[in-house]
Design a protein around this ligand. Structure first.
Ligand SMILES: Nc1ncnc2c1ncn2[C@@H]1O[C@H](COP(=O)(O)OP(=O)(O)OP(=O)(O)O)[C@@H](O)[C@H]1O
Ligand SMILES: [Mg+2]
Length: 294
């Protein structure tokens, strides 16, 4: 062990995930502190969604160590919620009922009736958090895409997750709505004190939202494997970002633009391959077990 796993919400050492003979993620070393807002970027197919599924406990790692709060994870738990790009709400339920539904499903039948009023009150609290209180009685088809995503966020929040996993949650929204949602998720993150893993294709969004950015890529030169042999993706860059960015003005600054250029260069260009020894793992929680040891 290179770090003390107990200090971290998520601790991965030498994690590999393969589907059959195809190695998707290879030797992932990652330690993330609680309440970090970790954004995850990388070329299409590099394994971002796979990483989220592993953290969710929906899929098992192929080898290595993966701990949440110091313990191995075996299955999904209400501790970890997920919001996808396109969430299908129950069309025949109102927004309020949609938010109550997840919570009710997770409870035994005898409890459902006795706690219905409480559940309704609680659902209203989360609807307010996502600024949808006045739409509680509407049906999903009456809401815009951005509003539907806010319902999905409230559905996750009502389970009181310690970890919120978001897989391109704003990917289908128009730019204006997207920016509003970015500010909303920062507010929610701060209010509820969660750890967030947020996958996005939009580098600007990733640098704006995160307190830490992980760049995952299949484009690098392996220490031992020859170029013709395929290898899995690794974390090729890991930066600490600002702890809070509550004004979108930061997006116009030179430093902001330069970091985006660097990340695009380091992780997204199949023509530019860094040597695994030279990855830009500058975050203080970053560590490497593989290089030079095997
Ligand atoms: N269940 C599966 N069985 C086999 N291969 C899979 C499975 N799930 C994912 N893969 C493969 O793993 C690789 C990584 O997929 P993943 O969906 O994690 O990538 P991603 O980074 O999320 O991509 P995108 O940016 O396009 O969403 C892909 O090559 C994909 O084909
Ligand atoms: Mg994906």
């Amino acid at each position: 062990m290179h770090k003390s796993p107990d200090e971290y919400l998520l601790y991965c050492e030498d994690v590999t995930k393969a589907y059959g003979s195809k190695v998707v993620l290879e030797d992932i070393d990652l330690a993330v502190k609680h309440k970090e807002f970790c954004t995850v970027v990388g070329p299409s197919g590099c394994g971002k969604s796979t990483l989220l599924r592993l953290i969710l406990g929906q899929e098992r790692i192929s080898s290595g160590t993966m701990l949440i709060d110091g313990a191995a994870l075996h299955q999904p738990s209400p501790d970890r919620g997920i919001v996808y790009q396109k969430y299908s709400l129950f069309p025949h339920l109102t927004i309020l009922e949609n938010i109550m539904a997840g919570k009710q499903l997770s409870q035994p039948l005898w409890k459902k009736f006795s706690t219905r009023k409480t559940a309704r009150d609680e659902a209203m609290v989360y609807l307010e958090s996502v600024q949808l209180a006045e739409h509680a009685a509407k049906y999903p088809h009456q809401l815009s895409g951005g509003m539907q995503q806010r319902v999905a966020i409230a559905q996750a929040l009502i389970m009181h997750p310690r970890v919120l996993l978001m897989d391109e949650p704003f990917g289908a929204l128009d730019p204006g709505t997207r920016e509003t949602m970015q500010l909303l998720i920062l507010e929610i993150w701060e209010k509820y004190g969660m750890t967030i893993f947020f996958v996005t294709h939009d580098l600007e969004e990733a640098v704006f939202l995160g307190t830490r950015i992980l760049v995952i890529s299949q484009f690098y030169i392996h220490e031992t494997k020859p170029p013709e042999e395929s290898h899995g993706s690794r974390i090729v860059a890991d930066y600490k970002l600002n702890d809070n960015a509550y004004s979108t003005r930061v997006k116009q600054t030179a430093a902001f633009g330069e970091l985006i250029q660097t990340i695009r260069y380091e992780g997204f260009n199949p023509e530019v391959k860094q040597n695994a020894h030279d990855f830009n793992l500058t975050h203080s929680d970053s560590f490497v077990t593989y290089v030079g040891e095997k």
